[in-house]
Design a protein around this ligand. Structure first.
Ligand code: HEM
Length: 219
Protein backbone atom coordinates (compact mmCIF):
# COMPACT_ATOMS: atom_id res chain seq x y z
CA UNK A 1 0.00 0.00 0.00
CA UNK A 2 2.78 2.39 0.98
CA UNK A 3 4.58 1.68 -2.32
CA UNK A 4 1.39 2.42 -4.29
CA UNK A 5 0.82 5.61 -2.30
CA UNK A 6 4.35 6.86 -2.99
CA UNK A 7 4.01 6.01 -6.71
CA UNK A 8 0.73 7.96 -6.78
CA UNK A 9 2.33 10.84 -4.83
CA UNK A 10 5.20 10.98 -7.33
CA UNK A 11 2.78 11.11 -10.28
CA UNK A 12 0.54 13.61 -8.49
CA UNK A 13 3.48 15.97 -7.80
CA UNK A 14 4.37 15.93 -11.48
CA UNK A 15 0.97 15.89 -13.18
CA UNK A 16 -1.48 17.26 -10.54
CA UNK A 17 -3.79 14.23 -10.77
CA UNK A 18 -5.79 14.91 -7.58
CA UNK A 19 -7.64 18.05 -8.81
CA UNK A 20 -8.38 16.25 -12.10
CA UNK A 21 -9.84 13.18 -10.32
CA UNK A 22 -11.78 15.39 -7.88
CA UNK A 23 -13.27 17.50 -10.67
CA UNK A 24 -14.30 14.54 -12.83
CA UNK A 25 -14.99 11.70 -10.38
CA UNK A 26 -14.95 12.07 -6.60
CA UNK A 27 -16.39 15.62 -6.39
CA UNK A 28 -18.41 15.58 -9.60
CA UNK A 29 -21.79 17.10 -8.89
CA UNK A 30 -24.94 15.60 -10.34
CA UNK A 31 -28.51 16.84 -9.88
CA UNK A 32 -30.06 15.77 -6.57
CA UNK A 33 -33.31 14.96 -8.39
CA UNK A 34 -31.70 12.51 -10.84
CA UNK A 35 -33.29 9.40 -9.30
CA UNK A 36 -32.23 5.75 -9.30
CA UNK A 37 -33.16 5.14 -12.94
CA UNK A 38 -30.17 7.29 -14.01
CA UNK A 39 -27.80 4.44 -13.08
CA UNK A 40 -28.64 2.13 -16.02
CA UNK A 41 -26.16 3.71 -18.49
CA UNK A 42 -23.32 3.51 -15.98
CA UNK A 43 -24.26 -0.08 -15.09
CA UNK A 44 -24.26 -1.01 -18.81
CA UNK A 45 -20.70 0.34 -18.98
CA UNK A 46 -19.71 -1.66 -15.87
CA UNK A 47 -21.15 -4.89 -17.33
CA UNK A 48 -19.33 -4.19 -20.64
CA UNK A 49 -16.03 -3.98 -18.71
CA UNK A 50 -16.85 -7.29 -16.95
CA UNK A 51 -17.57 -8.83 -20.38
CA UNK A 52 -14.18 -7.67 -21.69
CA UNK A 53 -12.42 -9.11 -18.64
CA UNK A 54 -14.20 -12.50 -18.69
CA UNK A 55 -13.97 -12.63 -22.52
CA UNK A 56 -10.17 -12.26 -22.40
CA UNK A 57 -9.98 -15.12 -19.86
CA UNK A 58 -12.20 -17.35 -22.06
CA UNK A 59 -9.97 -16.61 -25.06
CA UNK A 60 -7.05 -18.36 -23.35
CA UNK A 61 -8.76 -21.75 -23.96
CA UNK A 62 -11.39 -21.14 -26.65
CA UNK A 63 -10.65 -22.50 -30.18
CA UNK A 64 -12.56 -20.86 -33.08
CA UNK A 65 -12.57 -24.05 -35.15
CA UNK A 66 -15.70 -26.13 -35.96
CA UNK A 67 -13.92 -29.36 -34.94
CA UNK A 68 -12.69 -27.97 -31.59
CA UNK A 69 -14.98 -25.10 -30.51
CA UNK A 70 -17.52 -27.22 -28.62
CA UNK A 71 -14.77 -29.30 -26.96
CA UNK A 72 -12.90 -26.17 -25.90
CA UNK A 73 -15.99 -24.66 -24.25
CA UNK A 74 -16.73 -27.97 -22.50
CA UNK A 75 -13.11 -28.05 -21.34
CA UNK A 76 -13.45 -24.51 -19.92
CA UNK A 77 -16.66 -25.46 -18.11
CA UNK A 78 -15.45 -28.73 -16.61
CA UNK A 79 -11.63 -28.72 -16.39
CA UNK A 80 -10.36 -25.16 -16.07
CA UNK A 81 -10.28 -23.91 -12.44
CA UNK A 82 -13.19 -21.43 -12.04
CA UNK A 83 -13.79 -21.80 -15.80
CA UNK A 84 -17.49 -22.60 -15.27
CA UNK A 85 -17.87 -19.37 -13.29
CA UNK A 86 -16.11 -17.18 -15.86
CA UNK A 87 -18.15 -18.76 -18.68
CA UNK A 88 -21.46 -18.32 -16.77
CA UNK A 89 -20.68 -14.71 -15.87
CA UNK A 90 -19.93 -14.01 -19.56
CA UNK A 91 -23.20 -15.59 -20.76
CA UNK A 92 -25.38 -13.98 -18.07
CA UNK A 93 -23.50 -10.68 -18.52
CA UNK A 94 -24.46 -10.57 -22.22
CA UNK A 95 -28.16 -10.81 -21.33
CA UNK A 96 -27.87 -8.35 -18.45
CA UNK A 97 -26.07 -5.83 -20.67
CA UNK A 98 -28.86 -5.91 -23.28
CA UNK A 99 -31.49 -5.54 -20.54
CA UNK A 100 -29.64 -2.57 -18.99
CA UNK A 101 -29.20 -0.81 -22.34
CA UNK A 102 -32.92 -1.26 -23.06
CA UNK A 103 -33.87 0.06 -19.58
CA UNK A 104 -31.48 3.02 -20.07
CA UNK A 105 -33.11 3.73 -23.45
CA UNK A 106 -36.63 3.41 -22.00
CA UNK A 107 -35.78 6.00 -19.32
CA UNK A 108 -34.45 8.42 -21.96
CA UNK A 109 -37.64 7.91 -23.99
CA UNK A 110 -39.96 8.22 -20.96
CA UNK A 111 -38.45 11.50 -19.73
CA UNK A 112 -38.07 12.78 -23.33
CA UNK A 113 -34.35 13.40 -22.74
CA UNK A 114 -33.65 12.75 -26.45
CA UNK A 115 -34.90 16.27 -27.30
CA UNK A 116 -32.59 19.13 -28.27
CA UNK A 117 -29.67 19.49 -27.51
CA UNK A 118 -29.36 15.71 -26.93
CA UNK A 119 -30.54 14.29 -30.29
CA UNK A 120 -27.06 13.00 -31.17
CA UNK A 121 -26.71 11.34 -27.74
CA UNK A 122 -29.77 9.33 -28.80
CA UNK A 123 -28.38 8.57 -32.28
CA UNK A 124 -25.05 7.38 -30.83
CA UNK A 125 -27.12 5.36 -28.33
CA UNK A 126 -29.01 3.59 -31.13
CA UNK A 127 -25.65 2.60 -32.66
CA UNK A 128 -24.53 1.34 -29.22
CA UNK A 129 -27.71 -0.73 -28.86
CA UNK A 130 -27.21 -2.28 -32.32
CA UNK A 131 -23.55 -3.07 -31.60
CA UNK A 132 -24.53 -4.66 -28.25
CA UNK A 133 -27.16 -6.88 -29.92
CA UNK A 134 -24.73 -7.94 -32.67
CA UNK A 135 -22.09 -8.67 -30.04
CA UNK A 136 -24.47 -11.06 -28.25
CA UNK A 137 -25.62 -12.60 -31.54
CA UNK A 138 -22.09 -13.32 -32.80
CA UNK A 139 -21.10 -14.70 -29.37
CA UNK A 140 -24.05 -17.12 -29.42
CA UNK A 141 -22.52 -19.06 -32.35
CA UNK A 142 -19.12 -19.52 -30.72
CA UNK A 143 -19.87 -22.63 -28.53
CA UNK A 144 -20.90 -24.34 -31.80
CA UNK A 145 -23.87 -26.21 -30.28
CA UNK A 146 -27.04 -27.21 -32.15
CA UNK A 147 -28.80 -24.22 -30.63
CA UNK A 148 -26.09 -21.80 -31.69
CA UNK A 149 -25.99 -23.29 -35.19
CA UNK A 150 -29.74 -22.86 -35.71
CA UNK A 151 -29.75 -19.50 -33.93
CA UNK A 152 -27.18 -18.18 -36.40
CA UNK A 153 -29.02 -19.85 -39.27
CA UNK A 154 -32.34 -18.15 -38.45
CA UNK A 155 -30.72 -14.85 -37.43
CA UNK A 156 -28.70 -14.46 -40.62
CA UNK A 157 -31.82 -15.22 -42.66
CA UNK A 158 -33.56 -12.05 -41.41
CA UNK A 159 -31.77 -9.56 -43.72
CA UNK A 160 -32.92 -11.78 -46.63
CA UNK A 161 -36.21 -9.85 -46.46
CA UNK A 162 -34.50 -6.62 -47.58
CA UNK A 163 -35.59 -5.93 -51.19
CA UNK A 164 -32.99 -6.44 -53.98
CA UNK A 165 -29.84 -6.79 -51.81
CA UNK A 166 -31.23 -9.16 -49.13
CA UNK A 167 -29.73 -12.37 -50.58
CA UNK A 168 -26.29 -10.75 -50.88
CA UNK A 169 -26.40 -9.58 -47.27
CA UNK A 170 -27.29 -13.13 -46.11
CA UNK A 171 -24.41 -14.65 -48.10
CA UNK A 172 -22.06 -11.94 -46.84
CA UNK A 173 -23.04 -12.49 -43.18
CA UNK A 174 -22.64 -16.28 -43.51
CA UNK A 175 -19.49 -16.09 -45.64
CA UNK A 176 -21.19 -18.55 -48.00
CA UNK A 177 -24.59 -20.12 -48.66
CA UNK A 178 -24.95 -21.75 -45.20
CA UNK A 179 -23.51 -21.71 -41.67
CA UNK A 180 -20.01 -23.23 -41.80
CA UNK A 181 -16.53 -22.96 -40.35
CA UNK A 182 -16.15 -19.76 -42.40
CA UNK A 183 -19.12 -18.26 -40.53
CA UNK A 184 -17.59 -19.27 -37.21
CA UNK A 185 -14.28 -17.56 -38.07
CA UNK A 186 -16.10 -14.42 -39.25
CA UNK A 187 -18.35 -14.23 -36.17
CA UNK A 188 -15.33 -14.82 -33.93
CA UNK A 189 -13.42 -11.90 -35.48
CA UNK A 190 -16.50 -9.68 -35.18
CA UNK A 191 -17.11 -10.79 -31.58
CA UNK A 192 -13.63 -10.25 -30.20
CA UNK A 193 -12.39 -7.27 -32.24
CA UNK A 194 -14.66 -5.35 -34.57
CA UNK A 195 -17.81 -4.99 -32.43
CA UNK A 196 -16.04 -4.30 -29.08
CA UNK A 197 -13.82 -1.72 -30.83
CA UNK A 198 -16.95 -0.12 -32.33
CA UNK A 199 -18.55 -0.04 -28.88
CA UNK A 200 -15.49 1.63 -27.35
CA UNK A 201 -15.42 4.29 -30.10
CA UNK A 202 -19.15 5.06 -29.86
CA UNK A 203 -19.09 4.99 -26.04
CA UNK A 204 -16.27 7.55 -26.12
CA UNK A 205 -18.42 9.75 -28.40
CA UNK A 206 -21.51 9.16 -26.21
CA UNK A 207 -19.66 10.16 -23.04
CA UNK A 208 -17.96 13.17 -24.67
CA UNK A 209 -21.38 14.46 -25.79
CA UNK A 210 -22.84 13.95 -22.29
CA UNK A 211 -19.91 15.87 -20.80
CA UNK A 212 -20.45 18.76 -23.24
CA UNK A 213 -24.20 19.17 -22.68
CA UNK A 214 -24.15 18.09 -19.04
CA UNK A 215 -26.62 15.56 -17.76
CA UNK A 216 -30.28 16.50 -18.25
CA UNK A 217 -32.00 18.58 -15.52
CA UNK A 218 -30.37 21.72 -14.11
CA UNK A 219 -27.72 21.42 -11.42
C1 HEM B 1 -23.62 0.28 -24.49
C2 HEM B 1 -24.67 1.07 -24.40
C3 HEM B 1 -24.74 2.37 -23.60
C4 HEM B 1 -23.95 2.84 -22.57
C5 HEM B 1 -22.75 2.14 -21.91
C6 HEM B 1 -24.46 4.14 -22.20
C7 HEM B 1 -23.96 4.91 -21.16
C8 HEM B 1 -24.49 6.13 -20.76
C9 HEM B 1 -24.13 6.84 -19.56
C10 HEM B 1 -23.10 6.37 -18.52
C11 HEM B 1 -24.87 7.99 -19.51
C12 HEM B 1 -24.87 9.08 -18.40
C13 HEM B 1 -25.77 8.63 -17.24
C14 HEM B 1 -27.19 8.30 -17.63
O1 HEM B 1 -27.97 9.18 -18.03
O2 HEM B 1 -27.54 7.09 -17.55
C15 HEM B 1 -25.69 8.02 -20.70
C16 HEM B 1 -26.56 9.06 -21.05
C17 HEM B 1 -27.37 9.08 -22.18
N1 HEM B 1 -27.59 8.02 -23.04
FE1 HEM B 1 -26.58 6.26 -23.02
N2 HEM B 1 -25.53 4.45 -23.01
C18 HEM B 1 -25.74 3.40 -23.87
C19 HEM B 1 -26.75 3.28 -24.79
C20 HEM B 1 -27.71 4.26 -25.06
C21 HEM B 1 -28.88 4.10 -25.89
C22 HEM B 1 -29.28 2.78 -26.56
C23 HEM B 1 -29.51 5.31 -25.94
C24 HEM B 1 -30.75 5.69 -26.71
C25 HEM B 1 -31.04 5.25 -27.89
C26 HEM B 1 -28.77 6.25 -25.13
C27 HEM B 1 -29.04 7.60 -24.97
C28 HEM B 1 -28.52 8.41 -23.98
C29 HEM B 1 -28.89 9.81 -23.74
C30 HEM B 1 -29.89 10.64 -24.55
C31 HEM B 1 -28.17 10.22 -22.61
C32 HEM B 1 -28.21 11.61 -21.92
C33 HEM B 1 -28.93 11.47 -20.61
C34 HEM B 1 -29.03 12.79 -19.87
O3 HEM B 1 -28.48 13.80 -20.29
O4 HEM B 1 -29.68 12.75 -18.80
N3 HEM B 1 -27.69 5.57 -24.59
N4 HEM B 1 -25.46 6.89 -21.43
Amino acid sequence: MRVLRSIYQGLDDRYQLTPLIEKNVTRKWVPRTLGWSACFGGLALLVFLIQVFTGILLLIYYKPDPGRAWDSVTFIKSNVPMGWLIQRVHVVGANVMIALVLMHMARIAYFKIYRSPRELHWVSGVVLLSLTVFLAFTGYLLPWTNLSYWGASVGTEIPGAIPFVGEHVVTWARRGPGISGETLGFFFAMHIWVLPAGLVIFMAMHFAMIRRTGISRPL
